[in-house]
Write a protein that binds this ligand. Sequence first.
Ligand SMILES: NC(=O)c1ccc[n+]([C@@H]2O[C@H](COP(=O)([O-])OP(=O)(O)OC[C@H]3O[C@@H](n4cnc5c(N)ncnc54)[C@H](OP(=O)(O)O)[C@@H]3O)[C@@H](O)[C@H]2O)c1
Length: 236
Amino acid sequence: MADAENLVIGCGGAIGGAVARQLLAEGESVIGISRHRPPLSHPRFEWLPCPSYAEIEVASLCETLSARSERLNRVVIATGMLHDAQHRPERRLESVREPSLMALYRANAVLPQLWLSGLLPRFVGQRHTTVAVLSARVGSIEDNRLGGWYGYRAAKAALNMLLQCTAIELARRAPGVKLIAYHPGTVISPLSEPFAAGRQRLTPEFSAQRLLALMAEAPRDGALDFFDWNGARVLW
Ligand SMILES: NC(=O)c1ccc[n+]([C@@H]2O[C@H](COP(=O)([O-])OP(=O)(O)OC[C@H]3O[C@@H](n4cnc5c(N)ncnc54)[C@H](OP(=O)(O)O)[C@@H]3O)[C@@H](O)[C@H]2O)c1
C-alpha cells in the first residue's frame, strides 16, 4: 500500500481522465471517482463509483475516504457541465429558464462544494495537500465582456465564491490544504465540442500537465488562487 494518494473526482471526463493518467505516469497512486467505470486500468489506480453524484452518494464516499490513513497529496475536482441533452447555453435573455439555471448551478457549484465539505475530516491534519477545482474564465465577472451563457457563467462565479469561503475556513481548520480554482483553457472535450468549431483547443493531456505543475508549485498560504493553464492569474 502506498503511503500517499491522490484523488480525482470526475475521472470519466476528458480533463479528469488526463489528470489521473498523468499522476499514474508520475508513479503516484490515484483514487478515481466517476459515474461510469473509466477506461483506466493500473495497479496504482482504484476506482470508486458515484452513480449519480447525489448528495447521499457523495457523503458516503467522503466517509469512506476519510477513514483512510494515507497522506493526501492532491485532490482534483474535474466535474462540471455546460450543456446536456435538455440544456443549451443561453445566448439571449429570452432563453434563460429556471431548470437550466438550476441544473448548471447544481453541477458546477453545488457538487464541488459537497465534496469539499464532505472531505473536511480527510483534510484536517494533512500537512501538504493541494486541491484544485475546475472553474472557468467565463465565470470571471471582471473578464465578462461578451455576455451570454448566463447559467454556466453564473454557476462558475458562484463556485468561485464558494471556494473563497472554503479557503478562508480551511486556513483555520486545515491549514495544510491549498485551494486552487483552475481555468483549463479551451480543451478538446465533449463539454466544449459543440461550441469550439474553428477555435484552437488544448489537449486534455497538456492542460492536465499544466495543472499538476501549478499544483506542485503552489504555496500553502491559506489563500485561494484562480489560475489559467498558462499560470496567469484570472481576474475575479
Ligand atoms: N473543455 C473546456 O474547454 C473547458 C473550459 C473551461 C472549463 N472547463 C471545465 O473543466 C471541467 C472538466 O470539463 P471537461 O472538458 O473534461 O468535460 P467532459 O469531458 O465533458 O467531462 C465532464 C466532467 O463533468 C462530469 N459531469 C458531466 N455531467 C455532469 C453533471 N450533470 N453533474 C456533475 N458532473 C457532471 C463528468 O463526470 P464523470 O467523470 O462521472 O463522467 C466529467 O467528469 C468542467 O468543470 C468544465 O466546466 C472546461
